[in-house]
Design a protein around this ligand. Structure first.
Ligand code: FE2
Length: 410
């Protein structure tokens, strides 16, 4: 079988998108019962929008307890404590409202409430033994796509890098993506989360095929995925056009709508497929430089793509990204270089630093970063070209200098 024509779709049973879709929340929650644990960003209870949502839920007869004790960077121990709270409350369903970290927290609270133990018991892939508490997820930022994906990321003081917990059981039962929630996000949050969504789309579109054994347990991230390919370029086109607008004009309702949809498509695309080198390298860079995830993945993406322009299939794929970003060049090689240049231009427009030097990385740290990146096996496994230590070091060296090769620079 041609592995490029296989695919896997995993997503919530209900995905609603658009202004006003939050009115569906009482019905979605009621599918699972009446006792609701609302896990929310700490600032949300002070907002009228969230208060209105709670009032609607209570008017519909739902018994809602609000939990906002979410710690930045999601230390595993803070989630263990939240899991104990959830077990004592014994809710029927979790409503998660917030940015990517809060949605991730809600997934893990649902996991601990259902299966006990501590978060560290479930590190890695496919360690979740069965369904978790049902989750209805409402993102307030347009970026991670966590509302539809099988992954949550935590920090652990015993580990140098952030740790992922991934399982299809962590996919929420429902996602409600109402762009109204994204208004008021700081400019940097709009930029960093939005560019991360673009990286999700591009990396899932360019993922290498894994040679899956369909008779065995499947990996959470399956590599090249015919379904992801259908949605990824749509999302790329939306973000390419509208992310700079949303950053420059945060009250623009069409821009917020298009960026929210692009980020949702990013989650639907990479959720079953995976991401690769920008993500593998961002984790050590984020740990060293204390910079946000999306800043790092966005900064790295042009250098990663340029380094992958070494075989015709990958050139064609990156060329399709270039076309989605507006390239009118006539050859695949030109369109592919246009993709690299276009992403550099988007980064510049939305305030993503150009180089690793700009974010405080030292040149002598690059080999160490390359080694740590290479250790993220599930990510490097679906890189479109073989991810050798030399390849990662050459990506990092160009990213450090902020200099593409001659073609990408033009
Ligand atoms: Fe990401």
């Amino acid at each position: 079988m041609n592995p490029s024509m296989t695919g896997t779709l995993r997503m919530p049973a209900h995905v609603h998108f658009g202004y006003g879709t939050r009115a569906q929340l009482p019905r979605l929650l009621r599918l699972h019962g009446t006792r609701v644990l609302a896990v929310a960003d700490p600032f949300l209870p002070s907002t009228q929008l969230f208060r209105d949502v709670l009032a609607d839920l209570r008017a519909a007869g739902l018994d809602v307890t609000v939990y906002t004790d979410i710690t930045a960077e999601l230390p595993a121990s803070s989630l263990d404590a939240a899991g104990t709270v959830a077990r004592d409350l014994n809710p029927d369903v979790i409503l998660a409202v917030g940015g990517g970290s809060t949605l991730d927290a809600a997934k893990l609270i649902g996991l601990l409430a259902a299966h006990g133990g501590t978060v560290s018991d479930y590190y890695g892939e496919n360690a979740v033994p069965g369904p978790v508490l049902p989750i209805v997820a409402v993102p307030t930022t347009a970026g991670t796509g966590s509302e539809v994906t099988p992954v949550a990321v935590v920090s652990d003081p015993d580990r140098a890098l952030k740790v992922g917990i991934s399982s299809p059981f962590l996919i929420p039962q429902a996602a409600v993506v109402d762009p109204e929630f994204t208004f008021g996000a700081p400019t940097a949050v709009t930029a960093f989360s939005g560019i991360d969504a673009l990286v999700h789309l591009v990396e899932s579109f360019t993922a290498a095929p894994l040679h899956l054994d369909w008779a065995s347990a499947l990996p959470v991230f399956t590599g090249r995925n015919v379904f992801a390919e259908i949605v990824a370029l749509q999302g790329v086109a939306k973000l390419g056009t509208w992310l700079p607008v949303a950053v420059a004009d945060p009250e623009n309702r069409e821009a917020r709508e298009q960026v929210s949809l692009g980020a949702l498509l990013g989650g639907l695309s990479f959720g079953p497929t995976g991401t690769h080198l920008s993500h593998a390298l961002q984790y050590p860079i984020g740990a060293l430089s204390k910079t946000p995830h999306g800043l790092g993945t966005g900064l790295l993406l042009p250098y990663v793509l340029e380094a992958c322009l070494t075989d015709p299939d990958t050139v064609r794929r990156i060329a399709a990204v270039g076309t989605a970003l507006g390239s009118t060049s006539t050859t695949p090689a030109e369109c592919a270089y246009d993709a690299v240049s276009a992403i550099m231009a988007i980064n510049a427009a939305i305030g993503i630093p150009r180089s690793l030097r700009d974010i405080g990385i030292a040149e002598d740290e690059l080999p160490h970063i390359a080694r740590l990146g290479l250790a993220s096996q599930r990510l490097v496994a679906i890189a479109p070209v073989p991810a050798t230590a030399d390849l990662l070091l050459s990506i990092l060296t160009r990213a450090f200098r902020g200099a593409l090769g001659d073609r990408g620079q033009s």
